[in-house]
Write a protein of this length. Structure first.
Length: 223
C-alpha cells in the first residue's frame, strides 16, 4: 500500500515529533536552532564551522578538507554566491519556491557544487543536502537514504515535494504546522524539518534491517 504524506502526518506525526524533540532524546533536535540557525542574518550566505557542527547532529560529518574549503576556500565562495540568490523567507510549497529548486535553480546549483566534490572528499548527496538544509531550512528538506527509500528513490525530489506542499491550498503544510504545535515543538523548527523527522522515525528501524534495494518500505510513500 502506498500512503499519502498528509495521511501519514495526520496519523503518526504528533507521536513521532514528541518522541524526537523530547529534551535529550536526539542530537538532531538542535540541527536547525543551534547558535540561532544557519539562516540568521550575519551568516546566512556563507558556510560556517557552526553549520558543519550542526550537521554532525544528524550523524554525518563533512571531511576536514571539504570543511576547510567551505569555510575559507573557493568552494565556500562559490556556494555562497548561490546562497545570496536564495532569500531566507521563501518556503517550499509557497510562491517563489519552485524556481529555486529546479535543475537550473540556485539551490540545485549549490547542491551540485557540493555533491560534485564526492570523488575527492566523500561528501556525497546526503551531506550536501543537509548542509544546504541548515542554510535554508524553509526551502530545502533534510533528505537521506531512509526517506529516499520510502519515496522509491525518485528524481527531482525538491520539485515534487514542492508540488505536494502547494496542492490543495497548502493542506499538507497546514497539517504539519498543526502537528508541530500539538507536539510542543518550537516553531523555529520548519515544517520541512517536521516532515523529515516524521518520515525518518517511521521507517529507520525497518530500513536498517534490509539491503536498500530489497527494503519492504521502498516506494510506500507517495510523492
Amino acid at each position: 500500500m502506498v500512503d499519502k504524506l498528509i495521511d501519514i502526518v495526520g496519523r503518526e506525526g504528533v507521536g513521532h515529533l514528541i518522541a524526537y524533540f523530547t529534551p535529550g532524546a536526539s542530537t538532531g533536535q538542535w540541527f536547525e536552532t543551534f547558535t540561532g540557525g544557519g539562516d540568521r542574518a550575519e551568516t546566512r550566505d556563507r558556510i560556517t564551522a557552526e553549520d558543519l557542527y550542526a550537521v554532525e547532529a544528524l550523524s554525518v560529518q563533512a571531511p576536514f578538507p571539504v570543511g576547510r574549503e567551505l569555510i575559507e576556500g573557493q568552494l565556500g565562495r562559490d556556494v555562497g554566491a548561490h546562497l545570496r540568490e536564495i532569500p531566507t523567507h521563501v518556503e517550499l510549497g509557497e510562491h517563489g519556491g519552485a524556481e529555486l529548486v529546479t535543475d537550473d535553480g540556485h539551490a540545485s546549483q549549490a547542491w551540485r557544487l557540493l555533491n560534485n566534490r564526492n570523488e575527492k572528499t566523500g561528501i556525497g548527496w546526503v551531506i550536501a543536502g543537509k548542509i544546504l538544509a541548515r542554510k535554508r531550512p524553509k526551502l530545502l528538506p533534510v533528505y537521506d537514504t531512509v526517506i529516499r527509500c520510502q519515496f522509491g528513490a525518485p528524481q527531482q525530489v525538491w520539485v515534487k515535494l514542492h508540488g505536494r506542499l502547494a496542492e490543495n491550498d497548502g493542506a499538507l503544510r497546514t497539517v504539519l504546522a498543526a502537528a508541530r504545535t500539538t507536539a510542543g515543538v518550537d516553531d523555529r523548527v520548519s515544517v520541512l524539518r517536521a516532515l523529515d523527522v516524521i518520515l525518518w522515525r517511521r521507517h529507520v528501524a525497518e530500513h536498517r534491517q534490509y539491503n536498500p534495494t530489497a527494503c519492504p518500505g521502498r516506494g510506500t510513500v507517495e510523492l
